[in-house]
Design a protein around this ligand. Structure first.
Ligand SMILES: [Zn+2]
Length: 80
């Protein structure tokens, strides 16, 4: 699989580190069941998903729109 880095262009998957789902609501306050779920429970969607990846060679965080079923990549942009 090749991931398009916004700065380097299409690069091999091995240059990236997967960091998880891009849009997760971070709980507020002290420890709670919501924090436990935030830290340990993940959805495993079949289909399109936006994930956060880190491109080590250039140090860029990349939001990747990909399909978890067929590994097609529909887009990528630098994370803010
Ligand atoms: Zn890069």
């Amino acid at each position: 699989m090749r991931i398009p880095c916004p700065h380097c262009g299409p690069r091999d998957l091995r240059e990236f580190t997967y960091k998880g789902a891009a849009l997760m609501d971070r709980p507020t306050g002290d420890w709670s069941e919501a924090w436990d779920a935030y830290l340990h429970l993940r959805d495993n969607p079949a289909g399109r998903s936006e994930d956060l990846w880190y491109h080590g060679p250039c140090g860029t965080w990349v939001l990747v729109d990909r399909d978890t079923v067929n590994h097609a990549i529909h887009g990528a942009r630098a994370a803010q």
